[in-house]
Design a protein around this ligand. Sequence first.
Ligand code: AMP
Ligand code: ZN
Length: 114
Amino acid sequence: MEDCIFCKIIKKEIPADIVYEDEEIIAFKDIQPAAPIHILVIPKKHIPSLAYLQNEDEALIGKIYTVINEVAKGQGVKEKGYRVIVNCGEDGGQEVGHLHFHLLAGKKLGEKIV
Ligand code: AMP
Ligand code: ZN
């Protein structure tokens, strides 16, 4: 956790362009955007990945989706649409070991895998 860059963003030890924050969740712009709008929505609790969710996290994950919708509305893409991606583990392409939800929007997004 001490070396986790997202925990450092939560603690304001490194800067980020924060677009939403409450006591449990924070959302900030991705530093290497893959779309015109690319925001990471994360729990403040250090959960290493989706694979490490516990039963007690269920309400938090539900709330994250509500926040994603609020952020999408705030960014003006509620009607046009958006994509939410969670990479999990090595094969899933996860690079940062703190659970995060990618919110991508602002253009017709590329090839669908599923
Ligand atoms: P993932 O590959 O799913 O683990 O996604 C990690 C994401 O975090 C990538 O899209 C990175 O561009 C992004 N990222 C890494 N460091 C930072 C940072 N300091 N501020 C904002 N986004 C970051
Ligand atoms: Zn963390």
